[in-house]
Design a protein around this ligand. Structure first.
Ligand code: GRF
Length: 211
């Protein structure tokens, strides 16, 4: 059984998608134990209440440095024996100390087909660039911004007549399907990291973790 934490800063639609997936079909033994947010006004907080999930609000201004804030987040995770950290619109880059405490156990979702269009406003970047296919990526987190190993991706074609907003909305829908899939694969121990490549093992084969 994998204890899951979700870290979110904003509206929390991916957090909601994970909660709904857990309620509907389960997360392959994974259980969302806590929502951690750096923003007292995050929409995700209301969702956590709705699904009966513990919420911990940790505004950075309450801490003297980024490192101290991350330390407190790590402590919160360790106290709950968290085995998987899901970043879902968490608007902070994690410190190397944080990352090293959860090797191969922090994943993130990004609204573009990485390595294209990392950083903020992925759908806007893709739309303005004029690509014909964009999408969403779930990847392991590392010290960079959206640079960790790719786990799974979903393609979203750009249609004639699309606006930035309509493309962003379809990408978000794809995210909501993709993130629970990735969490299930992780909880089934089916992700094997070899260098930059992540293999998806067949069901019931034991993953060997990071090599
Ligand atoms: C999503 O587009 C996610 O890919 C990105 O931040 C956004 C968060 O949206 N990392 P939400 O808060 O989950 O609705």
């Amino acid at each position: 059984m994998t204890n899951i934490a979700v870290l979110a800063s904003g509206r929390g639609s991916n957090f909601r998608a994970l909660c709904m997936a857990q309620r509907k079909d389960g997360l392959s033994g994974g259980k969302i134990r806590v929502l951690i947010t750096d923003k007292a006004e995050a929409g995700a907080i209301e969702t956590a209440g709705e699904f009966g999930i513990e919420t911990v609000v940790m505004p950075p201004k309450d801490f003297p440095s980024r490192e101290k804030h991350d330390e407190a987040v790590v402590k919160t995770l360790e106290e709950r024996s968290i085995g998987l950290v899901c970043l879902a619109g968490y608007m902070r880059i994690l410190s190397p100390a944080f990352i090293s405490r959860f090797p191969g156990r922090i994943i993130n979702i990004h609204p573009a087909l990485l390595p294209s269009f990392p950083g903020l406003h992925g759908p806007k970047q893709a739309f303005e660039y004029g690509v014909k296919i964009s999408g969403a990526t779930v990847h392991f987190a590392n010290e960079g911004c959206d640079t960790g190993e790719v786990i799974i991706q979903a393609a979203v074609p750009v249609e004639e007549g699309d606006t930035e907003g309509s493309l962003a909305a379809r990408i978000l829908e794809a995210e909501h399907r993709l993130y629970p899939q990735a969490v299930r694969l992780f909880c089934e121990n089916r992700l094997k990291i070899e260098g930059r490549r992540v293999s998806i093992l067949p069901p019931s084969t034991q993953g060997a973790g990071k090599t």
